[in-house]
Design a protein around this ligand. Sequence first.
Ligand code: C5P
Length: 204
Amino acid sequence: MMSPFTIAIDGPAAAGKGTISKAVAAHFDLAHLDTGLLYRAVGARMLMGEEPISAAQTLVAADLENPDLRTAEVAQSASKVAVIPEVRAALLDFQRAFARRAGGAVLDGRDIGTVICPQAEVKLFVTASPEVRAQRRLAELTERGFETDFDTVLADVKARDDRDMNRADAPLRPADDAVVLDTSELGIEEAVAIAVKTISAARD
Ligand code: C5P
């Protein structure tokens, strides 16, 4: 399949986007871009004292290898730099080119179906209740050795939702033609199976 085939997967933090995107990319043999990593890389450079716009404009592949990108501190910093229109603009072309690469691609983020690739052939909006998302994020952070608790993680999730949904530029929301997948009551395998089925129907 050589013509571009883009799968846009958007949704709030810890709803299962990352897991679903990786599984879908493997299933359909498509390239995958976790666009949150771009904002996290800019957020990490801001925490090191850099000005976020110039950090976004000079981002290099090695920035995405930074082992600290998954911390809660970098996540908050990412959602702060993500409200700056010039930061978003600096990351736009790379994401658009990736989305339309030959052979097809899966991109996950907040604005893929609405801003980066409104012509995506399939759009999924993966969501879950804030409590379920906080519980999942807590399990993930605990497993990776971070000491935290449910209330702290829930407050972080809600603060990030608030910033992501209420910013002026590219706010988090489902595209009008997105299929909404609520994973609150679903296991990973069930959620992936629904995503694969939705995409298969769109490809036929
Ligand atoms: O997906 P992840 O949690 O890694 O994203 C970190 C932050 O980056 C989000 O909270 C959001 O503020 C920002 N982001 C964005 N647009 C995207 C992907 C991420 O604004 N497409």
